[in-house]
Design a protein around this ligand. Structure first.
Ligand code: ZN
Length: 285
């Protein structure tokens, strides 16, 4: 297991942690300000959300390289199924390709995919997962052409209805098996998998297919299932054991801190948030 007690080279900031994925949340730092703040602390990587970089991906990617912060990737592809997705397939495919282009323009290599919920008019997840596989199959060649890898992120089952009919590491790896393409893999977020006693058995199937590892914590008394994620160390997830599991399967990439926290971390000075992230990364992750 890698020793992070003195290094931040493999620490990445997902800008959602500073509120940047929600209009009006956080302190409103520009991508450049955020990159400077990461560079000052030696934070090695960053993951942006699409609204922040819209129309400026190339320039922001260049700035990141100039200050020495690696753009790991982009959040995220459009929902492919469910009540929050675009209404027709052409819109979904066009936006999917646009997200792939934006990732490439930034100089990033990984596009995160949250697949979307249960397809309207259907019950259960099977039909929706079939649709997800079809959508993914239709963009794989394009992703390869742009040198972008697609990371399927299974979400906690509480989001099954509207955001992600893909809810377990098992189902995500089954989908990867089915598509059998080197550009498709999974992203493991501790918020979504910490409870899963089958995780270590499933992740053993993942060799070479773990494209991302996301950090935060699950608060014992969480007040909002979307916007009350905890800072690492403040909750009940066994962070070191989860990291050990992914590293055992060969994961050597970034540990990406992703904390949605409307009433706590988004209200604080981003400098304080980043300092605490660095301290926790050294001590509890
Ligand atoms: Zn995540």
């Amino acid at each position: 297991m890698r020793d992070f007690s003195h290094s931040t080279a493999h620490l990445a900031l997902n800008t959602a942690t500073l509120g940047h994925n929600m209009p009006g949340a956080g302190a409103g730092w520009s991508p450049e300000q955020t990159l400077d703040a990461c560079a000052r602390r030696g934070i090695g990587g960053i993951v942006f959300w699409r609204p922040e970089i819209e129309g400026r991906a190339v320039a922001i990617g260049q700035y990141a390289r100039q200050v020495g912060v690696k753009v790991v990737g982009l959040c995220r592809a459009p929902f492919l199924t469910g009540p929050l997705s675009f209404k027709n397939n052409t819109e979904i495919t066009d936006d999917f390709r646009k997200a792939i282009d934006e990732t490439a323009s930034l100089g990033g290599s990984i596009l995160t995919i949250v697949v979307g919920g249960v397809e309207v008019g259907t019950k259960g997840v099977r039909e929706s997962l079939k649709r997800v596989a079809e959508h993914l199959a239709s963009v794989l060649a394009y992703a390869a052409q742009r040198d972008v890898r697609l990371a399927l992120e299974p979400l906690h089952p509480m989001y099954g209805g509207d955001r992600s009919c893909l809810t377990t590491t098992r189902d995500a790896l089954d989908l990867c098996d089915q598509l059998a393409d080197p550009n498709i893999g999974i992203a493991i977020d501790v918020y979504h998998v910490w409870w899963d006693t089958d995780f270590s058995r499933q992740i053993a199937r993942a060799q070479g297919r773990i494209f991302g590892f996301h950090l935060c914590d699950w608060l014992a008394h969480t007040t909002d299932f979307l916007l009350d994620r905890g800072m690492m160390g403040d909750g009940v997830a066994d962070l070191k054991s989860l990291r050990m599991s992914v590293e055992k399967e060969g994961y050597t990439g970034f540990c990406e801190v992703e904390i949605f926290s409307e009433h706590n971390w988004w209200k604080r000075d981003p400098n304080e948030v980043l300092d605490i992230i660095v301290e926790r990364f050294h001590t509890v992750c």
